[in-house]
Design a binder for this molecule. Structure first.
Ligand code: ADP
Ligand code: ASP
Ligand code: MG
Length: 815
C-alpha cells in the first residue's frame, strides 16, 4: 500500500481536484492506496476567522460561513455529474447546518473554547474528503471514505493533540488490514480523543495524518503532493534561485522543517523514520518533476549545506546577572518554568562565563514567557543577583542545514562573514550538537537579504549578484549602461558576477525594477518611470534592502553626493565619478571613509582622477603595502591638456575651449576646468589618498585666467570674456614658444603642500610630449625615489570614464 497526501492548494478547487484524480488513477494501477486530503486551500484559515468573529459577537461571521459553503457547493457542481449531485449537495448542506449551529452557540455565549474550536475547524477536512471521495466514485474509482476520527486517537490537548500511537496503530492495522477498496479517502488534520471529541493535530497537520497511517500500515511509500516541486534549498517564495533538492535524509528534512520549511509539518518525519518508509515530496501541478526523496541514507550530492531555512517572528530572551555564575540549577529552573508554561524554546545559547543565557522563542509567547520568568526569579532579581529579563522583538532565525556540515571546516566563518559583508546584524548564534545545523538570529527586516546572500554563497556556484542603482544617464551614464550590456555574459561566465541594474534616474524621471531593468530598452522604461526625486530614490534603495547593492553616481551634482552617507549607513556601496564628496571639507571625506569601513560598503571614486586610469587604486596599493608618497607631479586635466595642445598662434583660445567642450572633454561648465578648480580637487584627492589631511583652500592656485574671466557667472559670459582677452592668451602662448617650451597645466604635491598652475615645460621633460587629452601622474615615493612610478593615458572622455566606473564595480564584486 502507498499513502498519498494532497495539500490545500492541490484540492483548492474543482480544476485542481481533477489533477489529483489523475494522479490517484495512475497510482492505483499498481496497488491499493490511501489518499489523505487537506481542507480546500484557505478554508482552515477562514473557519478560524469565522469562529473568532462569532465569539466576538460580530455578525459578519455569517458572511464568511456563506462564503465557505459557496466554495464547497461550487466544487460539487463542477465535479459531480448532475444526476448524482443532489445526494451530495444535501449531505454537505446538512453538515453546514450543524456547523452553523455550533457557530451560533459561540456567538450567543460570546466565547469559544479550544474544544469547540477544534470541532468547528475539523469541518474543513471532513467536507473536502467527503466530496473528493464522492467525486472519485463518480469517476469509477473503487473508493471509500474513512473518517480519521475512527483511526487516530489523541489526548484532549485541543489545537495540537498528542497521538496515542498504540491505540492508533491498532485501529489502522485492523481497518486497512481488511479493507477491500482500491482507494481509501481520509481527512487529514482531524482526530478524536478517547472521550470521543474531535481534536486536531496542529496547523499543517495533514502531513502528519498521512505519516501516522503510513507508519501504522507499514506502507511502501509516503507521497506528499503539494504546490512546489519538492523541498527547496530555501523557501522558493523568497529566494528565486532556490532549487528542489533531489534527495535528502530524514534528519536533514526534519531539521529544515523545524527551522521553518513549511512544505513539511515537522512531526511528520518521526513515524516514517521509525519504520524506514521512504517519503517523496511531489508537485501536483507538475507531476513529472523529480520532487524530493527523503530516505535514511540519502545519496544526494555531498554538498555540506543541503538547505537554508528560516523562522520569522522570533523574540530573544536574555537572562543575565552575576548571581548566575557557578550556581547550579538556574538553567534547570528557567527551562522548567517555560516548559510548564508550554513555551516552546527554539534556540538556546549560553556564554561559557555562565553570566547569561539567551533563548529564542516565538514572538507570540513573549508576554507569557516574560511573566513566568520574572515571577520565578523574583527573589534573585530583588537581591540584584539577576537582572529582569531582557526581551528583544522582531527577530528571525536563519539556519544552514546539512548532514555533511560536520566534516567541513570554516562553514560558520563563511556564513557569518557573508552576512556581515551585507550588514546583516547577527544577534545570537547557535550550533546544534549534531552539527547538522548552524543558526543565526537576525533582524526580521533582513530575512530576505540574508537568505539570498547565504543561498548565493552556498548554492549558486559562487555567482555573485550585484544590484546597481544608477543615477545620471547622460554621456557617461549611457556609455556605462552600454558597457554592462556588452559585458554581462562575460562577467557571469568568467568572473561569476551577475550584474543587474535595479534602478535608473535622471533629473526628471526614475524607475525601479526588482527583476532588473532591460539594458537594451532602458530609455523606454525610464521614460515611463515616476517623477525623479533624490530622497525618494535613497529611501527606495534602502527599503529594498538587497544584498550587494551599489549606488552609482554619474552626475556632477552636490545634492546627489550629499546622499552618499545615507547609502553607506545601509551597507549600500557607492561608486562615483562625481568629485564633490571626496574633495569637500576633510571631515566629510573622512566621515564617508569611516562609514564605508564601519558598514562594510566600499566607497570608490577611481574616476575622480584621470578618468579610467588606475591612479587611485595604484596609490591605495602603494600605501597598503607600506610605501609613503613624498611627491606627486601630474598633468591631471584632460580638458586643459586638450586646450593647450591645440592652441597656438593660428587659433583662437575661445574656439579651442569650445571644441573641447563639444567633444565632451570639459565639465558642463568649462570654467571649472579652466580656472584650475577641477585640477585642485584632483590633487587634493591624491594628497588625501596618500594619507595627508588637506583642504581645498590649502592648495595654491596661480590662475592663468584674467580676473575678468574668473568673475563671470554663466557659461556665455565666460566665453565672451575669453574673446575679450584674446591678447592675454596669445601672449601666454608666444612667451612659451619663444623658449621652445610647451604649456602644461601642472599639479604638484610635495612636503605636505600642493599647488596647481600653468607651466612652461621644456623639451625632454616627461610632460613635454603629452598628447591630446592625456593625463600623466608621477609618484615619487620612499620606494620609487629616482625614477617615479608613472601612469599615463587618456584622462578624459565618456568611454574611459564609464570603464573606470565599471572597474570600480568589479572591484566591489571581488571584494
Ligand atoms: P500544502 O498545503 O500542500 O501542505 P504548504 O503551504 O503547507 O502546502 O507548504 C508548501 C509551501 O511551503 C510552498 O508553497 C512554499 O511556499 C513553502 N516553503 C517554505 N520553505 C520551503 C522550502 N524550503 N521548500 C519548499 N517549499 C517551502
Ligand atoms: N488544513 C490544515 C491547515 O491549514 C491542515 C493542513 O492543511 O495540513 O493547517
Ligand atoms: Mg502543509
Amino acid at each position: 500500500m502507498k499513502v498519498l497526501k494532497f495539500g490545500g492548494t492541490s484540492v483548492a478547487n474543482a480544476e485542481n481536484i481533477k489533477k489529483v484524480k489523475d494522479i490517484v488513477q495512475n497510482a492505483v494501477k499498481d496497488q491499493k492506496i490511501v489518499v489523505v486530503v487537506s481542507a480546500l486551500g484557505g478554508v482552515t484559515d477562514l473557519l478560524i476567522e469565522t469562529a473568532q468573529l462569532a465569539s466576538q459577537q460580530d455578525e459578519k461571521y455569517t458572511d464568511l460561513l456563506q462564503e465557505i459553503e459557496r466554495r464547497h457547493l461550487e466544487s460539487i457542481k463542477d465535479l459531480i455529474p448532475v444526476a448524482q449531485q443532489s445526494k451530495v449537495l444535501s449531505a454537505v448542506k446538512r453538515e453546514f447546518n450543524i456547523l452553523e449551529t455550533l457557530l451560533e452557540g459561540a456567538f450567543l455565549i460570546g466565547e469559544i473554547t479550544p474544544k469547540l474550536s477544534d470541532k468547528i475547524v475539523s469541518y474543513g477536512e471532513l467536507l473536502s474528503s467527503f466530496i473528493i471521495n464522492e467525486y472519485f466514485e463518480s469517476e469509477k474509482l473503487y473508493s471509500v471514505f474513512k473518517d480519521a476520527r475512527t483511526l487516530i486517537i489523541t489526548n484532549e490537548n485541543f489545537g495540537k493533540g498528542i497521538v496515542d500511537f498504540s491505540t492508533t496503530n491498532q485501529l489502522c492495522e485492523t481497518y486497512f488490514g481488511t479493507v477491500s477498496f482500491d482507494v481509501v479517502v481520509v481527512p487529514g488534520f482531524v482526530a478524536s480523543s478517547r472521550e470521543g471529541n474531535s481534536t486536531t493535530l496542529g496547523r499543517g497537520g495533514s502531513d502528519y495524518t498521512a505519516s501516522i497511517i503510513a507508519a501504522a500500515i507499514e506502507a511502501e511509500k509516503l507521497e506528499i503532493w503539494t504546490d512546489v516541486s519538492g523541498m527547496y534549498t530555501a523557501n522558493p517564495k523568497l529566494v528565486h534561485q532556490a532549487v528542489a533538492i533531489n534527495e535528502i535524509s530524514y534528519e536533514e528534512a526534519m531539521e529544515l522543517s523545524h527551522f521553518g520549511a513549511k512544505v513539511l509539518y515537522p512531526p511528520t518525519i518521526q513515524p516514517v523514520l521509525a519504520k524506514g518508509i521512504p517519503m517523496h515530496i511531489k508537485n501536483t501541478f507538475n507531476p513529472e518533476a523529480n520532487g524530493t526523496l527523503i530516505t535514511k541514507n540519502s545519496n544526494g550530492t555531498k554538498r555540506a549545506v543541503r538547505g537554508i531555512s528560516h523562522i520569522e517572528n522570533i523574540a530573544l530572551l536574555s537572562l543575565e546577572g552575576s548571581g548566575m555564575v557557578g550556581i547550579p540549577g538556574v538553567s534547570k529552573k528557567l527551562f522548567e518554568v517555560l516548559s510548564n508554561g508550554e513555551v516552546n524554546v527554539v534556540l538556546i545559547t549560553q556564554a561559557s562565563s555562565e553570566h547569561s543565557i539567551c533563548l529564542g522563542v516565538s514572538q507570540d509567547d513573549i508576554y507569557k514567557a516574560e511573566t513566568l520568568i520574572n515571577e520565578a526569579f523574583a527573589y534573585e532579581i530583588s537581591l540584584g543577583k539577576i537582572k529582569p529579563l531582557i526581551v528583544e522583538k522582531d527577530l528571525a532565525i536563519v539556519a544552514l542545514v546539512g548532514d555533511n556540515m560536520k566534516s567541513h571546516q570554516g562553514l560558520s566563518g563563511r556564513m557569518f562573514s557573508s552576512l556581515g559583508k551585507n550588514n546583516v546584524n547577527i544577534r545570537a548564534i547557535a550550533q546544534g550538537a549534531s552539527e547538522r545545523n548552524i543558526s543565526a538570529v537576525i533582524e526580521l527586516k533582513d530575512v530576505k537579504k540574508a537568505l539570498n546572500t547565504l543561498h548565493e554563497k552556498f548554492f549558486e556556484d559562487n555567482i555573485k549578484q550585484l544590484n546597481l542603482f544608477v543615477m545620471g544617464v547622460g554621456n557617461v551614464g549611457a556609455k556605462f549602461l552600454k558597457q554592462i550590456e556588452q559585458q554581462r555574459k562575460f562577467l557571469k561566465e568568467q568572473m561569476k558576477l551577475n550584474v543587474r541594474v535595479i534602478a535608473l534616474s535622471n533629473s526628471r524621471k526614475m524607475v525601479f525594477d526588482q527583476g532588473g531593468i532591460s539594458l537594451s530598452k532602458w530609455q523606454e522604461q525610464l521614460q515611463n518611470g515616476e517623477q525623479a526625486d533624490i530622497q525618494t530614490f535613497v529611501k527606495k534603495v534602502n527599503e529594498l534592502n538587497l544584498r550587494n547593492s551599489i549606488f552609482v553616481d554619474n552626475t556632477a551634482t552636490e545634492l546627489v553626493s550629499n546622499t552618499y552617507g545615507e547609502y553607506l549607513r545601509n551597507s549600500v556601496s557607492v561608486v562615483t565619478c562625481n568629485k564633490i564628496a571626496s574633495s569637500s571639507v576633510y571631515s566629510n571625506y573622512l566621515q564617508l571613509k569611516d562609514l564605508s569601513r564601519k558598514y562594510n560598503a566600499p566607497f570608490l571614486f577611481e574616476t575622480n582622477v584621470g578618468a579610467g586610469l588606475p591612479i587611485i587604486d595604484t596609490l591605495k596599493n602603494l600605501i597598503a603595502s607600506g610605501d609613503k608618497v613624498t611627491k606627486i607631479q601630474a598633468v591631471l586635466s584632460g580638458s586643459l591638456n586638450f586646450v593647450f595642445n591645440n592652441f597656438d598662434n593660428t587659433t583662437n583660445f575661445e574656439n579651442v575651449v569650445k571644441q573641447a567642450q563639444e567633444e565632451g572633454y570639459t565639465e558642463p561648465d568649462p570654467k571649472i576646468d579652466l580656472s584650475g578648480i577641477d585640477v585642485m580637487r584632483k590633487i587634493l584627492i591624491l594628497a588625501r589618498e596618500s594619507g595627508y589631511k588637506m583642504e581645498l583652500e590649502d592648495i595654491e592656485n596661480e590662475s592663468f585666467l584674467p580676473q575678468e574671466c574668473l568673475d563671470t557667472d554663466n557659461v556665455d559670459d565666460f566665453y565672451t570674456s575669453l574673446v575679450q582677452n584674446k591678447k592675454h592668451f596669445d601672449s601666454i602662448f608666444e612667451k612659451a614658444a619663444s623658449k621652445n617650451c610647451r604649456l602644461k597645466y601642472v599639479a604638484q604635491f610635495e612636503n605636505g603642500k600642493a599647488k596647481v598652475g600653468l607651466q612652461e615645460i621644456p623639451e625632454g621633460h616627461p610632460f613635454y610630449n603629452l598628447e591630446g587629452k592625456d593625463n600623466i601622474v608621477l609618484f615619487f615615493t620612499e620606494r620609487y625615489v629616482e625614477q617615479p612610478l608613472l601612469i599615463k593615458g587618456a584622462g578624459a572622455g565618456a568611454d574611459v570614464t564609464a570603464s573606470g566606473i565599471f572597474a570600480d564595480i568589479i572591484r566591489i564584486g571581488n571584494f
